[in-house]
Design a protein around this ligand. Sequence first.
Ligand SMILES: [Zn+2]
Length: 97
Amino acid sequence: MSLPGGPELLIVLVVVMLLFGAKRLPQLARSMGQAGKEFKTGLKEGHVDQPVEGPCPFCKIEVPADSKFCPGCARSADDIVAEKERLVAEQKSQKSA
Ligand SMILES: [Zn+2]
């Protein structure tokens, strides 16, 4: 027994085409893509992005919506959102404990 090489792979492809029909292959690929997308959506479910606006978790200075940086400590919006999410997760784990 040897690993399948080029010719065997071609035969497998032809068999797959015969089984599903060449026309349905793009559909198959599309539905597989959709399944992947839904899987990612499912992973994100329950995960709500925190808005950047509100008090900065680092310096407590009010951050306006759509800010790229905190006006108080100059941390990036990404840092602020990440810290807010960390705090929310911390609160959740404290409640469940
Ligand atoms: Zn700040």
